[in-house]
Design a protein around this ligand. Structure first.
Ligand code: MF3
Ligand code: CO
Length: 266
């Protein structure tokens, strides 16, 4: 069932979203060569407690997963697309880092993600060639553009297919692959609610978007142009099948009478 939220409930999700945005900004600030993803997870965990919030990830156990999720962040590096478990392997200059994060505050959830190239962005010092550093930046910029296009399409009276179409046009237009069968989702008291939010769809199809609908929009783009992926031995981490790098960007938004409202901003 799809539940529309009242303006007061949307404000409550916005409050959770502010916490998410603030903590993600701190994680982004801390991410640097030599830092362990497990340290980023500890930073986020401390900040969640200070904010009086609760992790939406830790202990989460979907049917397909081997066990409860062990962290508060998903930290996906290079060919890891999403659901990377924060490891003790130090980040290196030029790594493509994706961080996904959600909290519950006063019973309401918000979910967001960003990608960034680790280090000072000096292509000469990056692992690999200068061109790989700038192509990573292009992959990330295109992922962010796909997210923005998806958000812009999320107008009251539009349809869910318009959102997927807008995302897919940007991603495919740049020649990138996307994670088959993955996309965004409704957000509310639970992190994952109906409806599914496709990253590729036909326009003028699907659910009519109405004020009060709250969804996470989350394009995941692969540099390699293929859609295939594999699960890591850990049962969680999703990696590109061809080893190419991937980027992820996500906001939780509300459809309002005045258009889309981004709830995961500081
Ligand atoms: N935010 C992620 C998503 O919407 C959920 C991560 S599941 C977790 O796909 F268990 F890793 F937390
Ligand atoms: Co999500």
């Amino acid at each position: 069932m799809i539940e529309l939220k009242t303006p007061g409930e949307i404000d409550a999700i916005d409050a959770a979203g502010s916490v998410v945005a603030r903590i993600l900004a701190a994680v982004r600030e801390r991410a640097a060569p030599g830092v362990r993803p497990s340290e980023l997870d500890a930073l986020a965990s401390d900040m969640i407690a200070e904010a009086g919030a609760v992790s939406s990830f830790r202990g989460y156990h979907p049917r397909w997963a081997p066990g409860p999720y062990p962290g508060v962040l998903c930290v996906s590096v290079n060919d890891a697309v999403v659901h990377g478990i924060p490891s003790r392997t130090k980040l290196r200059e030029g790594d493509l880092l994706s961080v996904d994060f959600a909290v519950h505050l006063d019973g309401w959830c918000a979910d967001a993600a960003f990608s960034v190239v680790v280090g000072n962005g000096d292509p000469a010092s990056a692992v690999g060639s200068a061109s790989s550093a700038s192509s990573d930046e292009k992959l990330i910029a295109t992922t962010e553009a796909a997210l923005e296009a998806g958000i812009a399409a999320a107008q009251p009276g539009a349809q869910m297919g318009d959102v997927g179409h807008a995302i897919g046009q940007v991603a495919r237009g740049a020649g990138y692959g996307m994670l088959a069968d993955h996309g965004g989702h409704g957000v509310g008291r639970s992190m994952h609610e109906e409806p599914h939010v496709p990253n590729e769809a036909k326009p003028r199809r699907g659910l009519r978007l109405r004020p009060g609908l709250v969804i996470a929009i989350e394009p995941m783009l692969h540099a390699g142009g293929k859609d295939s992926y594999r699960h890591d031995r850990d049962g969680w981490t999703i990696r590109t099948a061809d080893g190419s790098r991937a980027a992820h960007a996500e906001h939780t938004i509300a459809i309002t009478e005045n258009g889309p409202r981004i709830l995961t901003l500081p």
